[in-house]
Design a protein around this ligand. Structure first.
Ligand code: AMP
Length: 428
């Protein structure tokens, strides 16, 4: 299948060809015809599947082939949970729409509102927004949503997790009832289904597997270690193996800052991104990380949404997430595009229950490797199972044991290449 058989116009085909895409991804193959026909859509697709183009391309086509009402108020509204994702979607709209005469604006928090007023006044066809800042504009009557023909709710599960449900309901109250609505979500939880039942009109339902469940694999390993020695172990592993481009997850903003400072003191070029950083600071950190000027990027789950780095080699869970699905989101950042990726989790005593939740979600136990010199003082309460005992890790390098008994080296640990949970592909 090609993009032209999907019925896209010449300007869009040119823009897609400029990007070097030769074949539509599965979500694009399924979603583009549905959106072009004007139907509502409920799609389950994670970042990395090509989902952004799957709604952006047909949305641009619909707007460019049907006349607006004359007034330049938004005809399409795309809601995203974070500013990073809004900025990325904005980039995609500009990239794919470069041969079309449509105007795009972005409104999100963390930046001054003044320039956004000006942009909105100048006329907009496509508005990309985070819910909170958009509501500010609605309340100040600086945006008119009465002309919205197409609404996209991107990463809907995230928006619910972040508590945007009331904002979303208020925003939807400002939109015409007669519109096309496209909902994208990585998961199909009960709340998502309820939301879909309220907001969507006889939607087509598409579900695709995350990109890295198909060909690419992620090598996952768990290192049990005492909490107070995690930072030291992380610095040691980065230095010992010469890892470059390491994305490290912490649970809190404060934790991200503290870890970034400590790693910097260990001599590692490190930056942190989280919700308290300005948009400019986040963008700079991400750029430095992508270009290799920063070796370690410490991020919280929320701030990391929208980070899309092809060939990211290492993801480290400095702390496990409270929600098991977030683990899948986190490690899905690595092992892309045919490259091997490694996901490393440092687990302390108080996180064993979270590890259990993740293993239940993955339907598979993860290998526990004890790094010599970093033996935990706690017993592994969740035994890995027969033949899967925790073993010292030869590849982690030897350091003098600090107090704890050095475990006898066994055979190299059986590392497990594991597929992420596979979703069935179905249309309804
Ligand atoms: P997304 O899932 O929208 O975050 O897209 C993930 C990545 O896939 C982005 O870097 C896109 O540029 C890229 N991409 C989207 N569609 C295609 C395609 N048909 N062929 C190759 N790459 C694509």
């Amino acid at each position: 299948m090609t993009f032209s058989t999907l019925g896209l116009s010449t300007g869009l085909l040119r823009a897609v060809a400029d990007q070097g895409y030769t074949e539509p991804t599965p979500i694009q193959q399924q979603a583009i015809p549905v959106v072009l026909q004007g139907q509502d859509l409920l799609a389950s697709a994670q970042t990395g599947t090509g989902k952004t183009a799957s709604f952006t391309l047909p949305l641009l086509q619909r707007l460019s082939t049907t006349p607006g009402q004359g007034r330049r108020i938004p005809r399409a509204l795309i809601l995203t949970p974070t500013r990073e994702l809004a900025a990325q979607v904005g980039d995609s709209v500009s990239t794919y729409g470069k041969y079309l005469p449509l105007k795009t604006a972005m409104v999100y928090g963390g930046v001054k509102i003044g320039p956004q007023f000006k942009q909105l006044r100048q006329g907009v066809d496509i508005l990309i927004a985070t819910p909170g800042r958009l509501l500010d504009h609605v309340q100040q009557r600086t945006v008119d949503l009465s002309g919205v023909e197409i609404l996209v709710l991107d990463e809907c599960d995230r928006m619910l997790d972040m508590g945007f449900i009331h904002d979303i309901r208020k925003i939807l109250g400002c939109l015409p009832a007669d519109r096309q609505t496209l909902m994208f979500s990585a998961t199909f939880s009960k709340p998502i289904q309820q939301l879909a039942a309220t907001f969507l009109n006889s939607p087509t339902h598409i579900e695709v597997a995350p990109r890295n469940t198909t060909a690419e694999r992620v090598e996952q390993v768990v290192h049990p270690v005492d909490r107070h020695r995690k930072r030291e172990l992380l610095s040691h592993m980065i230095g010992f193996h010469g890892w470059e481009q390491v994305l490290v997850f912490t649970r809190t903003k404060h934790g991200a800052n503290r870890l970034a400072e400590q790693l910097a003191m260990d001599g590692l070029k490190t930056a942190a991104i989280h919700g308290n950083k300005t948009q400019a600071a986040r963008a700079k950190a991400l750029k430095d990380f992508k270009q290799g000027r920063v070796r370690v990027l410490v991020a919280t789950d929320v701030a990391s949404r929208g980070i899309d780095i092809d060939q990211l080699p290492y993801v480290v869970n400095f702390e496990l997430p409270n929600v098991a699905e977030d683990y899948v989101h986190r490690i899905g950042r690595t092992g892309r595009a045919g490259h091997e990726g490694r996901a490393i989790s440092l687990i302390s005593d108080d996180e064993l229950h979270l590890l259990g939740k993740i293993e239940r979600l993955l339907k598979q136990p993860l290998d526990r490797d004890i790094v010599p010199g970093y033996e935990p003082s706690f017993a592994l309460r969740t035994p890995p199972g027969p033949g899967r005992d925790a073993k010292p890790n030869r590849r982690s390098g030897r350091r003098p044991s600090r107090g704890g008994a050095q475990l006898a080296s066994a055979s190299p640990p059986q590392r497990r290449r594991q597929e992420l949970p596979q979703r069935r592909v179905q249309s309804a």
